[in-house]
Design a protein around this ligand. Structure first.
Ligand code: B12
Ligand code: SF4
Length: 518
C-alpha cells in the first residue's frame, strides 16, 4: 500500500523546519509499504491537486497530523480526500484532545475515518496493517496500565530516521531568489536546513495553558546518548558532504528537565565531536547553572528558546508557572550572552493581570537585557488544558471552538483587564517595535564585541523572525526588508569582508612561509 503523510499549512508563514512526526512514522512503517511525505507549508497544493495526486499515486491511506491552530485546514483537506473515497487517519495533539470532533460524534460533520490518540509510535503499524486489510477501526489508542494511563513509548530503542539521504530541498530556509548569491559566500550558505531531533519526551511542570503535561505525561523518557549522537554525526557528515549548513532544533519541551542527564549528553556530544549548531527549549529556572551553560556553549548550543510568558509575577502565578521568575530573566540572558548564546524569549499577552500598556512595559524591560529574539503570542485556551477548563467554568470563552474559526492574534476569551481588540493591538505593537529596523540596528550594536559570525547570525535570525508576524513570502517583501535594514547589513558585510580578506591573506602568508626554499 502507498501511504501519504500530510501536514496542513499553518496559513501564516512558511515552516522553518520539517515536522518530526512525519519522519518518525515513516521510519516506523512496515517495510512492505511505501510512504510519501508532503508538508503543505513547504509544498503548497490546492485540495483538488492533492486529491488528484493521491489518485495518480494510488494512495491507500492518508495520515494527517495537526496542531489545534491548523486543524480547520486539516479537516478541509480530510473532507476532500474522503469525498474522493480515500481513507484518512488523523493524529497529533488536537484530535487526541477532541477525537469526537474528528469522528463527527459531537454533532458536527465527520472528517476522519480513524483517529490515533496520543503517541502513535506503537499503534502506527496496527493502523497501517488494518488499512491495508480494509479493516481500519475508528480509534487507535496506546495500551493502558493498571491505573488506566497510556503506556508511553520508552524511546529506547529509537527509530532510525535516515536524515543523511532524505530529500530536504523543500525545507531550505534560503529563499529561492537568494540561493545563487548566498552560495557564493562559501561554506554552503546556499542551503540551510533546520532538522528536528528529540532526545526525550514529557514535562512534569503542568503550566496551565500547556498541553504537553497532559499529552506526553509527567513521566519523562530519554533516548540513549549514543542514539542521539549517532543521529548528530550522520547529520554532520551530510552537512560536510553537501557543503551546506545544518542546524538542529532539539524539540524536547525542556531539554534540561534532568540537568544531570543533559550534562552527560552534552559531555558525550563534545567527546564524540558531534557538535552542530543547535537550538533548544529550556526553562529559565534551569539556566542559572554556570556549568550547564558552559557545556551548552561547548556542545554547539547557539540559541535557547525560553518560555518567559510575562514579566509580571502575578500573571506567572495565575498560569501555574511560578518556578520561572521574571526577576531572574536578565541574569539568565546575560549569562547566555557571555557565551555568545542568545535567547528566543516567548511572551504571552492577554493574561489576567495584563492591562493596556503591557507591550510597552514588557518591551522596555526586554530592551534592558542582552538582546534576543522576542516572540509574542496571546493566552490561548487549548482544549483539555486546565486553562480551558477554568475559562469554560467561568463562562469566559468568547469562541469556545476557536480553532474552527481560526483568526490570528484574536483571543478566544475575554481577558480580565482589557478587551480582545486591545490585546491584539498590544501584540502588534510589541512585534513592530521589537523588529523595527531601528531596534535591529540597536540589538546588533549591543553585541558589538561578539565575533562577526555571531553578529551576522543574530541579524539573519532577526530578519527571519520578523516574518512570524509580518509574512514575508514574496520577493518584494524580502527586498523591502533588506532595504529597510541596510544599515546593519552593510556594516556587517563590510566588516565580514575585511575579516575574510585578512584571514585569507594570513593563510596565504602562512602557506608561503611553509614552502621550503632551496
Ligand atoms: C517543534 C514544535 C514547534 C515548531 C514547529 C513545528 C515543527 N516544524 O516541528 C515551532 C517552534 C515553529 C512551533 C510553533 C508553534 N507551536 Co509548537 N511545538 C513544537 C513541539 C515542541 C514539538 C513537536 C514535535 O515534533 N514533537 C515530537 C513528536 C514526535 O510528537 P508529535 O508531533 O505530537 O507526534 C506524535 C503524536 O502526536 C502522533 N502524531 C502526530 N501527528 C500524527 C499524524 C498521524 C496521522 C498519526 C497516526 C499520528 C500522529 O504520533 C507522533 C509520535 O508519537 C511541540 C511540543 C511537543 N513536545 O510535541 C509543540 C506544540 C505542538 N506546539 C504548540 C503550539 C501551541 C505552537 C504555536 C501555536 C505556539 C504559538 N503560540 O505561536 C506555534 C504555531 C506554529 C505555527 N505557525 O503553526 C502546542 C500545540 C497544542 C495544540 N493542541 O495544538 C504544542 C503541543 C506545545 C504546547 N505547549 O502545548 N512548535
Ligand atoms: S515548562 Fe513548558 S512544556 Fe512544561 S508544562 Fe510548562 S510550558 Fe509546558
Amino acid at each position: 500500500m502507498k501511504i501519504l503523510l500530510y501536514n496542513p499549512d499553518n496559513g501564516v508563514t512558511r515552516n522553518f523546519m520539517p515536522h518530526l512526526w512525519m519522519f518518525l512514522l515513516q521510519s516506523l512503517t512496515p517495510k512492505e509499504h511505501e510512504v510519501i511525505l508532503i508538508d503543505g507549508n513547504a509544498k503548497a497544493m490546492t485540495r483538488p491537486e492533492l486529491v488528484q495526486f493521491c489518485k495518480d499515486e494510488n494512495i491507500g491511506l492518508v495520515g494527517i497530523g495537526s496542531m489545534t491552530r491548523m486543524v480547520a485546514r486539516a479537516y478541509l483537506v480530510a473532507d476532500s480526500l474522503r469525498e474522493a473515497g480515500i481513507k484518512v487517519v488523523m493524529g497529533g495533539p488536537h484530535v487526541t484532545e477532541c477525537p469526537d470532533e474528528a469522528l463527527g460524534k459531537d454533532g458536527g460533520p465527520r472528517h476522519a475515518d480513524a483517529v490515533a490518540l496520543g503517541e502513535a509510535d506503537e499503534t502506527w503499524h496496527l493502523i497501517v496493517e488494518d488499512a491495508a486489510n480494509g479493516t481500519l477501526k475508528e480509534i487507535y489508542q496506546p495500551e493502558t496500565d493498571a491505573k488506566g494511563n497510556d503506556k508511553k513509548p520508552s524511546l529506547q530503542p529509537y527509530p532510525h530516521i535516515p536524515w543523511e539521504t532524505l530529500d530536504l530541498e523543500q525545507f531550505s530556509l534560503v529563499p529561492n531568489f537568494l540561493r545563487g548569491m548566498m552560495s557564493k559566500m562559501g561554506a554552503g550558505w546556499g542551503k540551510f536546513f533546520v532538522v528536528p531531533i528529540e532526545t526525550g519526551r514529557g514535562c512534569p511542570y503542568g503550566c496551565e495553558f500547556c498541553t504537553v503535561t497532559g499529552f506526553f505525561g509527567d513521566s519523562i523518557r530519554f533516548r540513549t546518548n549514543e542514539s542521539v549522537i549517532e543521529e548528530l554525526l550522520r547529520l554532520k557528515k551530510r552537512a560536510k558532504e553537501e557543503k551546506g549548513q545544518v542546524a538542529v532544533f532539539f524539540i524536547d519541551d525542556n531539554l534540561a528537565i534532568n540537568k544531570k542527564r543533559l550534562k552527560g549528553l552534552l559531555r558525550d556530544i563534545i567527546a564524540a565531536d558531534a557538535q552542530l549548531p543547535w537550538v533548544a527549549q529550556i526553562s529559565a529556572n534551569l539556566l542559572a547553572d554556570e556549568e550547564l551553560v558552559d557545556l551548552i556553549a561547548d556542545a554547539g548550543g547557539k540559541w535557547v528558546f525560553i518560555g518567559m510568558e510575562s514579566i509580571d509575577p502575578a500573571n506567572m502565578a495565575d498560569v501555574n508557572k511560578t518556578f520561572s521568575k521574571p526577576a531572574n530573566y536578565k541574569d539568565v540572558l546575560d549569562g547566555l550572552a557571555r557565551r555568545n548564546i542568545y535567547a528566543i524569549t516567548s511572551f504571552i499577552f492577554g493574561m489576567d493581570n495584563d492591562t493596556v500598556g503591557v507591550a510597552k512595559r514588557t518591551v522596555d524591560e526586554i530592551e534592558s537585557w542582552s538582546p534576543g529574539l522576542p516572540v509574542f503570542g496571546q493566552l490561548t485556551p487549548f482544549p483539555s488544558t486546565p486553562l480551558y477548563d477554568r475559562l469554560e467554568k467561568a463562562g469566559r470563552l468568547h469562541r469556545p471552538k476557536h480553532w474552527l474559526e481560526f483568526a490570528p492574534f484574536v483571543m478566544a476569551h475575554n481577558p480580565l483587564k482589557m478587551t480582545i481588540d486591545e490585546a491584539k493591538e498590544e501584540t502588534f505593537n510589541a512585534w513592530a517595535r521589537s523588529y523595527s529596523p531601528e531596534r535591529n540596528w540597536e540589538a546588533i550594536n549591543a553585541i558589538k564585541d561578539a565575533p562577526i559570525d555571531v553578529r551576522i547570525g543574530h541579524l539573519v535570525a532577526r530578519l527571519f523572525f520578523r516574518g512570524i508576524y509580518f509574512p514575508q513570502m514574496s520577493k518584494s517583501a524580502w527586498i523591502k526588508l533588506l532595504f529597510d535594514n541596510r544599515k546593519p547589513i552593510l556594516s556587517l558585510t563590510k566588516e565580514g569582508l575585511k575579516t575574510w580578506r585578512n584571514a585569507r591573506r594570513n593563510r596565504k602568508i602562512t602557506s608561503e612561509e611553509a614552502v621550503p626554499t632551496t
